[in-house]
Design a protein around this ligand. Structure first.
Ligand SMILES: [Zn+2]
Length: 478
């Protein structure tokens, strides 16, 4: 089996990702997935790293509703501009996104696209026979109704809902600029033909951070390097943050800083540096609100380079529009602030991490997570259930589970239990044996080296704190 097929097989078999959902009804709705128990644990770890990371850079967390009135999306521009161009096969009736049928379109216009389909004699990929009718823009927002007849929309991004809080936030931060805020939550996009499994879904979780600022804001990270790939170039150049403006990669120092924050969080999650790049958008690829955009991409086996995170310079577009449509003053200290945004996709991050972690080294298939990123930190086994070994192991489990993600397992041989844990990347296993009952020592095994060491039960908590934060290496345990 190829590595990318192994990942999907593992994800399904061991309870990471199931779907499309709801599977038992006609195989589910396309573009919706369930996260099983281990997948959810992994997603939680991703969430924790991002939350901790953003707070470390002084961003504060907020939470807004996922449903917003139409007027918000008129103001944000999503109602008019958040569209895909779609056409139907005249033979079989299948709908297709025009940008999936024709590569490298740089001008989106219904009539031009219709002509192009005919000129290039494009046939329907579903039936291989039909040509296409007219091209229509289809809005990607999902709508629903509140009350009796008020049409409202599910948010297509968390960002806009954060912007609406600007007047309150400005007061909260005691009128000091710049300030940063982030939001974790669901967003919805009615993808016409969802593909690429959890990379392109109709419901997904975002963590988006916004920096509101009035003037350029300097930072202390200028010595750090970013793997930048400029628009029009096909090579990655390692550029120091402090030189990114002067060398004409970034237009603003503060924007380079936001790219650094996003990249740093990717490294914190344990992504392999050699598989990351920050790629600038082609001007025709830019979202309607963006002045400049760079994506942090990871090289995946299955899908090639995929976006995990987008960093956008939204300038004063959003606050200006909301000021105009809501008749609320967004100007402070004589100016409308500009916004720099970091947008993470949580499902994408978790999937990419899973694929990146899979190691196939002849002896075994196992998941190699960075310390603290595995869905389960510690597995606790009694050698046998009898003679009090089961009781001691359960006691250990309930104590350690308060602080770490733990599992108790007493079925099958120790070897088999190790293999089950290797397959899902559990960092450490503890075995309670006969000797443990008298000397208070247990066997501690590390997944990556498969080495074992005897340690005191009373020291386990401290040991795990240090091992999982990366402060201690297993081989230094005596
Ligand atoms: Zn067709």
């Amino acid at each position: 089996m190829k590595i990318e097929d192994k990942v999907l097989d593992l994800a399904k078999r061991r309870g990471f990702i199931w779907g499309p959902s709801p599977n038992i009804y006609d195989g589910g709705l396309r573009g919706f997935y369930d996260w099983g128990p281990l997948g959810k644990l992994l997603k939680n770890k991703v969430e924790n790293v991002l939350r901790k990371g953003f707070s470390g850079f002084s961003f504060w967390e907020v939470e807004c509703p996922t449903v917003m009135p139409q007027k918000v999306w008129e103001a944000s521009g999503h109602l008019d501009s958040f569209v895909d161009y779609v056409t139907k096969c005249i033979k079989c009736g299948a709908s297709h996104r025009v940008d999936h049928l024709i590569e490298d379109i740089d001008d989106f216009n219904e009539e031009k696209l219709s002509k192009l389909l005919i000129e290039k004699d494009i046939k329907c990929p579903s039936c291989n026979k039909g040509g296409f009718g007219s091209v229509e823009p289809v809005n990607l927002m999902m709508s629903t109704v509140v009350g009796i007849d008020e049409e409202v929309f599910l948010r297509p991004e968390t960002a806009t809902t954060t912007y609406l809080l600007f007047p309150e936030l400005y007061r909260f931060f005691r009128t000091k600029m710049p300030f940063g805020v982030f939001q974790l939550g669901k967003a919805y996009r009615n993808e016409i033909s969802p593909r690429q499994s959890v990379f392109r879904t109709r419901e997904f979780t975002q963590m988006e951070a916004q920096l509101f600022l009035l003037k350029e804001h300097f930072n202390d990270y200028s010595e750090n390097e970013l793997p930048l790939m400029k628009f029009g170039s096909d090579k990655i150049e390692y550029i120091k943050l402090g030189e990114s403006v002067e060398k004409k990669f970034m237009k603003k120092e503060s924007y380079a800083f936001m790219n650094y924050v996003a990249y740093k969080l990717m490294l914190d999650m344990g992504f392999d540096k050699t598989k990351l790049r920050i790629r600038q958008h082609d001007p025709s690829e830019l979202a309607f609100y963006a002045e400049d955009a760079w994506d942090i991409e990871i090289n995946t086996e299955r899908y090639g380079w995929m976006e995990i995170c987008g960093v956008h310079d939204r300038q004063d577009y959003d606050l200006k529009r909301h000021a105009e449509f809501s008749k609320t003053k967004m100007e402070v200290q004589g100016e409308i602030p500009t916004i720099l945004e970091i947008a993470f996709g949580l499902e994408r991050s978790a999937y990419a991490l899973l694929e990146n972690s899979l190691v196939d080294d002849d002896k075994r298939d196992w998941l190699k997570f960075e310390p603290g990123m595995a869905p389960i930190d510690v597995a606790i086994f009694p050698l046998m259930k009898k003679d009090g070994m089961g009781d001691l192991a359960k006691e250990l489990f309930s104590d350690l589970d308060k602080e770490f993600a733990c599992i108790y397992d007493d079925s099958g041989s120790i070897g088999r239990r190790y293999r089950r844990m290797d397959e899902v990347g559990t960092s450490f296993c503890i075995t309670v044996d006969h000797a443990s009952l008298t000397d208070g020592d247990v066997t501690l095994r590390e997944i990556s080296s498969m080495n074992q060491v005897r340690v005191k039960v009373s020291e386990l908590k401290n040991i795990f704190r240090e091992l999982l934060s990366g402060d201690l290496k297993f081989e230094d345990l005596k």
